[in-house]
Design a binder for this molecule. Sequence first.
Ligand SMILES: C[S@@+](CC[C@H](N)C(=O)[O-])C[C@H]1O[C@@H](n2cnc3c(N)ncnc32)[C@H](O)[C@@H]1O
Length: 381
Amino acid sequence: MAAAAMASVRAQQACSRAIAMADQLPSTLPPAFLTFLKQNGLDASIYAAAATLPRYIRVQPRTSLDIPELEEELGLKLSPLAWLPNFFSLPPQAQIASTQAYQLGKLYGMDAASGAAVAALEISSGDHVLDLCAAPGAKLCMMAESLGDSGSLTAVDIARPRLAACRTMLLKYGLGRRTRLYLGDGTTFSLLPLNGGSKLCSASAGDDRSDDEDIGDGGFHKNPRMERKTVYGEWRSGRTRQEKRSAKRAKYLGIPLQTGVDGMPELFFYGIEAGVVGMKVADVARVCQDSNEASFSGYDKVLVDAECTHDGSLRHIVKYNEWGWDTFERRFLNEERIASITSLQLRLLSNGFRLLNPGGTLVYSTCRCIVSTSRTLFRMQ
Ligand SMILES: C[S@@+](CC[C@H](N)C(=O)[O-])C[C@H]1O[C@@H](n2cnc3c(N)ncnc32)[C@H](O)[C@@H]1O
């Protein structure tokens, strides 16, 4: 049997298994979770529908994708979403990874709900856009596409491997030209847009314009003295010797290598038109000093797609049938854990508002159903 056909059979079997298990819900849900749902006014039977929910793909508008050809390859009909351009729904068992269109970067899997969050930002050409929790990057790709040929996209995530997945996605889909990716903490991230986006900022690392050495090393800088003096060249993939040495040392010492020099976010990737090439390191690292000043120029659109409990993701919750509900209880129903996620969300949200231009748009998106804490978060803003 051909590999694609075998994959399809396996997917169908997995789907049937999931449907069989989801059918047992909500009776198999743990009492603590049922109480939690009740407290938040949610009907537990929604989880039974998880395995029959459609999947969604987003077709890249700039590519010439032949929909009938894709339908033939998948052996099924795609239904366009009238309210969300370039999105199509597919039956839950559909496998897109083996299609030519997927391999050529003409489409990617993305939930309609994720698409709706990006659509709500109403990004237009020339906007300066910030994504404070970017990885693994489906929303980022849609944002980059929506931006078109002017403006900028700045994205932050705290997890290096997840940010690497983001970079891979941007490169695969050819969407990184105007994008900067930072490894850093979204709760304290303070860097302002480039491309004329920031007027009020002072250099964070001094302003030494005497040395024009081109480092061009993929944006990995570990020596603060060198940082002050250098100019960015075109981003190149691959690690520098310096970066490899730092990573090896961090691994040996057991240090999580999460942020760059002096706690500053690390520039992980930048596209050719992201405004970085030719800039002094110190100028790229200009930080927001006081967003209340009249001349403040931050971001026009901010997405806070925060880390959350995932209880609002039906498909995710159903997986605990296999992973074990005790894991779910430990991860998400624990009061300390909920409090720490809520505090993180609040700090991300506050920072998002701090960096937003007056009259700009911020979209806060999570897959959690804890109504009371979401309301509290907004009251606290
Ligand atoms: C819900 S996911 C984001 C999904 C992403 N927007 C997308 O569309 O693919 C939440 C992300 O927040 C990141 N994260 C958690 N704490 C963070 C922090 N303090 N600063 C920045 N990112 C953080 C996690 O690493 C994770 O990748």
